[in-house]
Design a protein around this ligand. Structure first.
Ligand SMILES: Nc1nc2c(ncn2[C@@H]2O[C@H](COP(=O)(O)OP(=O)(O)OP(=O)(O)O)[C@@H](O)[C@H]2O)c(=O)[nH]1
Ligand SMILES: [Mg+2]
Ligand SMILES: [Zn+2]
Length: 336
């Protein structure tokens, strides 16, 4: 899980593609500027980005109408959930400014650069399912990220219908999840075959984002909550029992109950390379009362004498599952 290193030839090609892209973008920017100057566009108004497609975004007006808009090169960091100022136009409008975000969820791309995924979110739903097989480490990575950006995380076990006739699987899920309610994280359950009440209630009047591995059923949940959404869903790969990355861009929906929901593309891995060891420690809630109380200031919490984290683990205040996750995350930080 390290940054990808490009050969000289690949780097040259990437640069060339970027140059060409920049040229095309500046051409589009000029045309947008001309349209603005000529008064061909409507008045400035506030809007909400509901989806992002390369150099274009779908913008929704306050009245709820949607239009494709050109995104100027200087605004290319805009993401689903961003509030903007835009002008309507025929056939495409133009986004002219970005309004402040109150929160953002970011994750590193395969090259190790941090990219925002969605903005102005109140809750992150970490969606897992009996298949594809969930890993505590991935849940904990999301929790660390959520703690660091100060957005409330909720763990959502989906596809609970698969547990009804499989006691062993059901037991495995219970074991995996048992620790989280004791740390005051909410754990909800759902299935597109019914059992949606808890989720409906949790989504009410808030802006939430579904994140998690590919194939856990994020888009299927959106379709169940909102039959008009018509999101594409994809069966798991038969050979690997993993998702096939069906959703490719984050998309925003309004729920009849007053909530707003963003579906996001599933991920393979969630690197936290951008974080320091201190930030990772802070992201483990139950570590917080013990941080700074180890005998050595640069304690790695491995086997040092006088380690407060190890003492807390010994006393049962920190679980082995979480301590293992912490160690794996910290080890992965050193890989670059
Ligand atoms: N048994 C069962 N299968 C489900 C449920 N929800 C989704 N699935 C199946 O899981 C597979 C993946 O569903 P998607 O909704 O495409 O998963 P996703 O999380 O959106 O995946 P990406 O878009 O790739 O990130 C599909 O075959 C769905 O039919 C459920 O509640 N129960
Ligand atoms: Mg999807
Ligand atoms: Zn320590």
């Amino acid at each position: 899980m390290s940054k990808r290193k490009l050969t000289r030839r690949q780097a040259w090609r990437v640069n060339k593609i970027q140059d060409e892209r920049a040229k095309r973008a500046s051409g589009r920017d000029e045309r947008a500027d001309e349209a603005l100057a000529a008064g061909d566009l409507g008045p400035e108004q506030e809007g909400l980005i509901t989806a992002h497609f390369g150099t274009q975004v779908a913008v929704e007006s306050i009245a709820g109408q949607s239009q494709r808009c050109h995104l100027r090169a200087n605004l290319d960091g805009l993401v689903t959930g961003d509030r903007v100022i835009w002008c309507a136009g025929e056939p495409t409008g133009v986004v002219v400014a970005q309004l402040d975000r109150h929160s953002e969820l970011r994750r590193p791309d395969p090259y190790g650069n941090l990219k925002p995924v969605a903005a102005n979110i109140d809750q992150i739903f970490i969606v897992i399912a009996p298949v594809p097989e969930p890993h505590a480490n991935l849940i904990d990575r999301y929790l660390v990220a959520a703690e660091n950006v100060g957005i409330e995380p909720v763990i959502l076990l989906n596809k609970t219908d698969l547990l009804q006739e499989d006691d062993a699987l059901s037991q495995r899920m219970d074991t995996l999840l048992a620790i989280y309610p004791t740390l005051d994280y909410r754990v909800l359950r759902a299935s597109k075959m019914g059992a949606m009440e808890e989720l409906h209630a949790a989504l009410k009047e808030r802006t939430s984002v579904f994140v998690g591995q590919s194939g856990v059923g994020k888009s299927s949940l959106v379709n169940t909550l909102l039959p008009d959404a018509d999101m594409r869903v994809g069966a798991l790969s038969e050979s690997t029992q993993k998702g096939i990355h069906t959703t490719t861009t984050a998309q925003l929906f309004h729920l009849p109950t007053g909530g707003t929901l963003i579906d996001s593309p599933g991920i393979r891995e969630f690197g936290l390379w951008h974080m320091s060891k201190e930030q990772v420690e802070q992201g483990f809630r139950e570590f917080q009362p013990h941080l700074g109380t180890c005998k050595f200031r640069d304690c790695q919490h491995q086997q040092e004498p006088g380690c407060a984290i190890l003492a807390a683990a010994e006393a049962g205040d920190i679980s082995e599952q979480r301590l293992n996750s912490y160690r794996r995350i910290v080890a992965s930080l050193d890989e670059i």
